[in-house]
Write a protein of this length. Structure first.
Length: 189
């Protein structure tokens, strides 16, 4: 007599619905590296490679303490931001379907920060190894050239506070072309 548990997956074989579910998660971050105070967009891509529809896909992401939450967009479903956690209830995903979630954060301090997300489903998946996606972004203070550009200074020395809140002195924001001079506002004219 053949066992009703022949395939060994813990579900009675007579009760199993045919087909599989396999939702995979990927993430990209742009720009990377990023300047402190400049928005970074994380794009989470979800794809359903299984042969059976998944009725309830949920994306959960732990927001890094080093970044400020700005906004979220989703191609389907709804997202909610709770302190340092983002939860997107995306709903159903048919076989071969895809969905995306875009999260905008603003780094508050220089350094490297990680952003981790995971996807869960209501049905048993063929593989859960593709259900998590980490992303790491390096947040930087402005270079001398970036500080000069933000201040719209094209020549001469400047002293200002950079995007990291540090008082800096730049010896030269550049030199003027022949026939131009550096005015009192540090702009070539």
């Amino acid at each position: 007599m053949l066992s009703p548990w022949a395939d060994g997956n813990g579900i009675g074989d007579a009760c199993e619905v045919s087909g599989t579910v396999d939702v995979a998660l990927t993430v990209t971050a742009s720009p990377s590296p990023a300047l402190v105070g400049t928005p970074v967009v994380y794009t989470f891509g979800l794809s359903q490679a299984g042969s059976r529809a998944e009725p309830e896909v949920v994306l959960t992401a732990d927001l890094p303490e080093e970044a400020e939450y700005v906004s979220v967009t989703s191609s389907q479903g709804q997202c909610a931001h709770f302190e340092e956690t983002l939860v997107c209830t995306l709903g159903a995903m048919a076989p071969s379907a895809s969905a995306s979630v875009g999260v905008t954060l603003r780094p508050r301090v220089p350094g490297s920060f990680s952003y981790e997300a995971r996807v869960t489903t209501s049905l048993l998946e063929t593989s859960e190894s593709n259900n998590e996606a980490p992303a790491e972004v390096e947040a930087l203070c402005e270079s001398d050239a970036q500080l000069c550009a933000r201040l719209m200074k094209t020549c001469g020395a400047v002293s200002a506070t950079d995007n990291c809140g540090v008082a800096r002195s730049v010896a030269s924001c550049g030199t003027c072309s022949t026939g131009q001079s550096c005015n009192s506002s540090n702009v070539c004219e």
